[in-house]
Design a protein around this ligand. Sequence first.
Ligand code: IMP
Ligand code: MG
Length: 183
Amino acid sequence: MNKDIAEILVTEEEVREICSRIAGEISRDYENSQKKLLLLCILKGSVVFMGELMKKINLPVEIDFMKVASYGKSTSTSGNINILLDLHRGDMEDIDIIIVEDIIDSGKTLSHLTEYLKLKGAHSVRTCTLLDKPSRREVEFTPDYTGKIIPDKFVVGFGLDYDEMYRALPYVGVLKPEVYGGK
Ligand code: IMP
Ligand code: MG
């Protein structure tokens, strides 16, 4: 285990099980859809989850990427979102979008993005998250597909970072507070 990790919250095996389960749910839910299914990865944290998930969906899927910045300290989010990389498509009314996110904290990023993509004219917009910290919500938001509900602890790995580090860890772990100057 990495020396900066206090405890593993989601093991490699559990992450694989989560991806298989959610891919199964998505495959069933969109089986009879007449629209194109677009998995929309939110850079950068969701890249690893997206890569694992998309391989397991038994339907034709398209993929795309958006990048969103939230201002604030590295271990908390301020709630102001800023779109750094947008989605540009001429066929919004023909796509069912599933936003793929690494973790939901305040809920602001996904609630803003969902509204934004609906306003842009998507046929439908749903959300999928690997991790959820519901105790941190500042706006009411419930994802359509949830990997695992976790306590209010700052986690890294499987795409999630602290100051751009630890994304490549194959599991999700709690960062030792002394690493980010916490107690
Ligand atoms: P929200 O808008 O507050 O829901 O912010 C969600 C975003 O905050 C995620 O996409 C992450 O980038 C970041 N975030 C929230 N909690 C954590 C964490 O425990 N580890 C790493 N990033 C986190
Ligand atoms: Mg993120």
